[in-house]
Design a protein around this ligand. Structure first.
Ligand code: MG
Length: 164
């Protein structure tokens, strides 16, 4: 069993859709980023890569790469899951906490799980999604950013011995 930790933060700006956990959430501001800025997907990606010992999101998908400009982060997440499977890892569980002063995210976790659980190959009780406010403190508290922490655990699938 291997555990990985991921963290991400993106600025909230006007004129962008708010994409979090693979879904669009009604909001007057969205997350700024080279991709769609989905901090939940990015934190999950880093947790998965960390658990597998496969580096981090910046190394795999550099923000200087024009082919990933504006890409949906669920596509990047799918790519990482496939990469891990090829290395013989199966995702056992993942858990994330989003730090956002607004909007209220609780009502959207069901829809996020509809997208993320099949993508990660997890049952709904094996993906944790939680939200916290920053109690008005700092840039997140002033609604200038949203951050996310995530952990993920992987199991190495034993290789089958070739038949004699
Ligand atoms: Mg990011």
């Amino acid at each position: 069993m291997r555990i990985g930790l991921g963290y991400d933060v993106h600025r909230l700006v006007a004129g962008r859709p708010l994409i979090l956990g693979g879904i669009e959430i009604p909001s007057d501001k969205g997350l700024l980023g080279h991709s769609d800025g989905d901090a939940i997907a990015h934190a999950l990606i880093d947790a998965l890569l960390g658990a597998a010992g496969e580096g981090d999101i910046g190394r795999l998908f550099p923000d200087t790469d024009p082919t990933t400009e504006g890409v949906r982060s669920t596509i990047l997440l799918r790519d990482v899951v496939a990469r891990l499977r090829k290395k013989g890892f199966r995702i056992a569980h993942a858990d994330a906490v989003v730090i956002a002063e607004f909007p209220r995210l609780g009502p959207h976790f069901g829809a996020m799980k509809d997208v993320l659980c099949p993508l990660l190959g997890l049952g709904r009780t094996s993906l944790g999604l939680k939200a916290k406010t920053q109690e008005g403190l700092g840039d997140i508290g002033r609604r200038r950013a949203i951050a996310c922490w995530a952990v993920a655990s992987l199991r190495k699938i034993p290789r089958r011995k070739p038949r004699p």
